[in-house]
Design a protein around this ligand. Structure first.
Ligand SMILES: [Zn+2]
Length: 279
C-alpha cells in the first residue's frame, strides 16, 4: 500500500475544483444539485474544452499516484476504465456519515458535506464540497483483470459504498500495511479482524487468490534475484513450482496459469511490487 500525500498537489487540485465551481456559477447562476455529476460533464472552455473531472484525473490524480491503483497498486494504464474513488462516499447521507472517516486527522477533516456547502461556502474557494473536493478523490482500477472480464474482482467496484477507513491518507500506511511471502495482504491497524466482513482488505477483496499469486511471484522473484521483465517466464514459474509445498495443489494450478500470456501480462502490470518488501 502506498501513502497518497494530498498536500503535494493541493494547490493544483483545488484550483481545478475552484475553477469548476466558478464556471458553473457563471453559467447557471447557482451551484449544481449533484456536484459530482456536474463536475463529470461540465466543460472547461479555457482548457481545450476538457471536462473538469478529466482534467483533475489526468493532470493531478494519476500523476500523484504514479499511475497506480490506490488500493491494489495495479498500473492504471492496464485498466479499461480507471475509476474515480470517493474516499468518503459521494452519496454519504450527511455530515455524520462523513465524520466516520475523520477519526484520525487527515486532509478530509474540514471538508463540508456537499448538501451543506452552499450555506458554508466562501465563494468558490476551499474547503470544497466533499463529493468533488480534490482531497476526497483518488483513482482506483476497475477490478476487471482481463479484457473479457465481466465482473470486478477487487478495489472500488467491489467496495461500492461500504465503509473503509481512509488508510491511504495515513502517512504510516506503508509500515502498517503488510504483505506476507505468500502474497497475503494485511492492514495490521484495522480494528476489524481479517475474518470480519467489515475488514478493509476483505471489503476491497485484496486477497483474491489471483492477486495473492501475483504478489507471491513478485516476492519470489525479488528474493531470488529474478526479473519478470527479462523474458524468462518459464524459468521463473518452473523454479517457483519446485518450491511449493506438497499441500499447495491449488496454488500450483494457479501458478501454472501464469504461463499464459494474459496472466503474465497482468503480472507485469503489478510491477510496483518489485520494490515492495514482504515481512
Ligand atoms: Zn485496484
Amino acid at each position: 500500500m502506498r501513502h497518497i500525500d494530498k498536500k503535494l498537489h493541493k494547490r493544483q487540485g483545488e484550483q481545478i475544483v475552484s475553477e469548476f465551481l466558478a464556471r458553473f456559477y457563471q453559467r447557471y447562476n447557482c451551484y449544481p444539485d449533484d456536484m459530482y455529476a456536474a463536475f463529470s460533464k461540465e466543460y472547461d472552455d479555457s482548457h481545450n474544452h476538457a471536462i473538469f473531472r478529466k482534467r483533475l484525473i489526468d493532470e493531478v490524480l494519476i500523476p500523484e499516484q504514479d499511475g497506480l491503483c490506490c488500493y491494489c497498486l495495479r498500473r492504471l494504464s492496464g485498466c479499461i476504465k480507471p475509476n474515480v474513488e470517493h474516499i468518503m462516499p459521494n452519496h454519504a447521507a450527511d455530515k455524520n456519515e462523513l465524520d466516520l472517516y475523520r477519526k484520525r486527522p487527515t486532509e478530509l477533516n474540514g471538508l463540508p458535506h456537499s448538501d451543506d456547502f452552499k450555506s458554508t461556502a466562501s465563494g468558490f474557494n476551499p474547503p470544497h464540497p466533499h463529493s468533488i473536493a480534490y482531497q476526497n478523490l483518488v483513482v482506483s482500477c476497475d477490478g476487471l483483470l482481463f479484457e473479457e472480464s465481466k465482473k470486478p474482482v477487487c478495489c472500488n467496484l467491489k467496495r461500492r459504498h461500504s465503509f473503509v477507513p481512509p488508510f491511504i491518507l495515513y502517512p504510516d500506511i506503508q509500515e502498517t500495511f503488510q504483505y506476507w511471502p505468500d502474497g497475503t495482504a494485511e492492514w495490521i491497524q484495522d480494528p476489524e479482524p481479517p475474518e470480519s466482513q467489515t475488514n478493509a482488505v476483505r471489503i476491497l477483496k485484496l486477497n483474491q487468490f489471483i492477486l495473492k499469486m501475483v504478489r507471491r511471484i513478485w516476492f519470489f522473484c525479488t528474493d531470488n534475484g529474478l526479473n519478470p521483465h527479462g523474458g524468462n517466464r518459464d524459468e521463473i514459474i518452473n523454479t517457483m513450482f519446485g518450491f511449493l509445498d506438497a499441500g499447495e495443489a491449488n496454488e500450483a494450478n494457479m501458478l501454472m496459469n501464469f504461463k499464459k500470456d494474459k496472466y503474465w501480462n497482468l503480472l507485469l502490470q503489478y510491477d510496483a511490487f518489485a520494490t515492495i518488501r514482504h515481512i
